[in-house]
Every structure is written in C-alpha cells, then in structure tokens.
Write a protein that binds this ligand. Sequence first.
Ligand SMILES: [Cu+2]
Length: 154
Amino acid sequence: MRFRRVIVSIALVTNLFFMHDVFAQSNINSIQIIKPIVRVSAPGQSMSSAYFQIQNKGSSADKLVGVTFSRAKEVQLHEMKMDMDRMMMRQINAIEIPANGSVELKPGGYHLMLMGLDNPIKEGEQLKMTLQFEKAGKIDVTFSSESMSNMHRH
Ligand SMILES: [Cu+2]
C-alpha cells in the first residue's frame, strides 16, 4: 500500500511538470514585451519611434512581422546600422527573436517607425498598439510616451 502511494505521487508530480512545460511552450505565453516606450514627437512632426524588449521563453524562434497603431498611417520595422562610417536606417521585414532569448529595440538599433501620425505624441500618453508575431500571433501592448531626454537615463 505504501509503495503504491509513492507511485501515485510521482505520477502526479510528473504530470504537473508536463503541464507546466506545455504552458511555458505555448506560443501565446512565450513572448513577453518589456518596457514599451514611444518617443514624444516634436510639435508638427508626423513621425515618431518606439522601443521595447522582446523576451521569448519558448523553445522555438519567433518573428515580429508587423505592428498596427490606430494613430499612425503605417508602422515600419527599422534597423539602424553603421554603413562605412555613416549611421543608416533601413526598413526590414521582420525581427527574429531566438528561442529562449531576447531582442532589444533601442535608439541606434532596431525600432518601430510610426509614420503619418494623426497628432504629435505628447508626454504622458498611453498608446495601444498590436504586435503581430509569426507564431505567437497578435499581442496587444500599451506603450507610455517619453521624451528623448528621459529615455537616455534608462
Ligand atoms: Cu527608423
């Protein structure tokens, strides 16, 4: 009897372990967005940029393939790189997040380019965007707006 009870508990623990594993690997829960920030735009400017960190706790790589924002005509994925001795910005199709890894969108690197804003982004705004991932699907994210000078302190 005693032996049997031990077997049952091991089965239970193993089961919980597997359930946890499945949960962690499910695409919806594997992607986390950390510290989403939109840069305050200068008055009259119809563009801005946005930054955040993407964490992928899943066991397969995923890709950020697009972003929608109701206040912008278009949101592009951009990359900044040194080309010869000049900083060049170019549009890219996707940002890949390795399995069990992370990618940071930050000034001077990957960023979102918000094109054709209806109004300039002001300080202290909460802005909702939808990020589209290849595997994890759509993720709604609320960004806070910050001025560039504040951003450098992070
Ligand atoms: Cu850009």
